[in-house]
Write a protein that binds this ligand. Structure first.
Ligand code: SF4
Length: 434
């Protein structure tokens, strides 16, 4: 990669019929240029997580099966036979890739098109040297001839947007994913390196939904009905970001990637075919508002919650803990009965140090426990070890301290976030469950 003499092409297509719209998007951007019939093609969706215990609204969180099925059908019609779908979903409490594939009906892709369904977590990872650090990358991804990347059009509370370049965090093993959230180098300057080592031939951003305050199911999905495709990963993300209302120069990972390759982030330097970007661009918020003195979400302040200081998550918090952050807040809220909390601080991640002046300090997760082990400010520690920690254990530990957190309130919340999409025609689970 380097300075481009010819503008990269990105297609933006209104998704009416998924199959036909995807075909159009691929034709407009010359999507299969350079593909050969016998290529080993790896499709990398975003199936970051699923929940088999509690209701899980997949809208804007994971790639729609509708797009995946249409893509496989098109590849088969074009004569490609060697197709694999691969992902390393969050392996907590255990790896669940095959279970996710079954839930989404991907087995039909195996039966009808001979697609191989691979859970990277069950296979080999290879150490790859990125200069200043090493990451373990799925061998399947390294050895593919062509990768077709199918991320979702979503925001991310740590990275602003999570599009194609970010989607390759999902080819790493668990340890390397955690390394991305280290204290030395920010997350946004690690994951953009991964795509550089992979044979990425095509990116298709699934914009059937977009997700506000992503990347998980506690965000709020909106129907968008767009497909964005390009053979150029950066250009595709620049357009995806613009459609969610972000100038790519304000997205740290895209700015970093562009600088590394001497590339422009200006939309004027991209040839957009199909729909006009400006016509579909609208801001989708990425982050939760926090109080100015960093004592908790603005919502806590509005509810009159005092005596509690939940320090805002930072980029050292990895997906395991991030997914529990919102549940932890909901459970703390469940303990609020109008009385102030008794001076509690909550710290998380790998760099938050407990401060002075609190009666009790919750150390949420093994990293916070280790880091604050000998912290002299702590009068009474409430350690919640585990990587990631367990919410039931959190409930128990808090109750032992007289804080009546209720796991069932979190369960009710999960039902609530699922129910808010129910009976709304635009949120069709049939787009996922095939
Ligand atoms: S405890 Fe949380 S932040 Fe620490 S490594 Fe585990 S998941 Fe990541």
């Amino acid at each position: 990669m380097g300075v481009l003499l010819v503008k990269p092409v990105v297609s933006v297509v209104k998704c009416t019929d998924v199959y036909r719209s995807l075909r159009e998007a691929l034709e407009l951007c010359g999507g299969f240029e350079g593909f050969r019939r016998h290529d080993k093609i790896l499709i990398k969706p975003n199936l970051v997580t699923w929940d088999f215990d509690l209701p899980f609204p997949p809208f804007g969180v994971v790639t729609t099966s509708a797009v995946m099925f249409a893509l496989v059908q098109i590849l088969a019609e074009e004569g490609f036979r060697n197709i694999t779908i691969g992902e390393a979903s969050r392996p907590v409490p255990r790896t669940m890739g095959q279970a996710i594939y079954r839930t989404l009906g991907y087995e039909k892709l195996r039966e009808n098109y001979g697609v191989e369904l691979v859970d990277f977590n069950e296979e080999e990872f290879v150490p790859v040297d990125f200069g200043t650090f090493k990451l373990s990358v799925a061998r399947r991804a390294l050895e593919a001839d062509k990768i077709v990347n199918v991320p979702v059009l979503k925001t991310h509370n740590q990275c602003k947007v999570s599009l194609g370049i970010k989607n390759f965090k999902g080819v790493l093993d668990r340890k390397s994913k955690m390394f991305c959230h280290n204290t030395e180098t920010d997350l946004n300057y690690i994951f953009p390196h991964i795509v550089e080592k992979l044979p990425v031939a095509l990116t298709i951003i699934d914009g059937i939904f977009t997700l506000e305050k992503g990347p998980g199911p506690t965000g709020k999905a909106h129907r968008k009905d767009l497909l964005i495709a390009s053979r150029d990963p950066l250009a595709c993300d620049v357009v995806g970001a613009a459609i969610m209302g972000y100038d790519a120069s304000e997205v740290p990972s895209l700015k970093y990637f562009a600088e590394r390759h001497g590339r422009s982030l200006d939309l004027a330097d991209i040839e957009v075919r199909g729909e006009e970007v400006a016509k579909h661009s609208s801001y989708v918020d990425y982050d939760w508002e926090w109080t100015k003195d960093n004592t908790g979400p603005a919502g806590f302040e509005k509810r009159g919650i005092t005596g509690l200081a939940v320090r805002k998550y930072d980029n050292t918090l990895c997906t395991g803990c991030s997914m529990l952050y919102n549940p932890m807040l909901v459970m703390l809220m469940s303990a609020f009965k109008g009385e102030p909390f008794p001076g509690i601080e909550v710290v998380t991640g790998k760099q938050q140090l407990a401060g002075p002046g609190f009666a009790k300090t919750v150390l949420f997760g093994q990293c916070a426990c280790k880091l604050n082990k000998n912290n002299p400010h702590i009068r009474k520690a409430i350690p919640i070890p585990g990587c990631p920690p367990d919410l039931k254990r959190f409930e128990k530990a808090m109750r032992e301290e007289g804080i009546a957190c209720d796991y069932n309130d979190y369960v009710r919340y999960r039902h609530y976030i699922f129910e808010r999409y129910r009976n709304r025609e635009e949120f069709d689970l049939g787009l996922y469950l095939k």
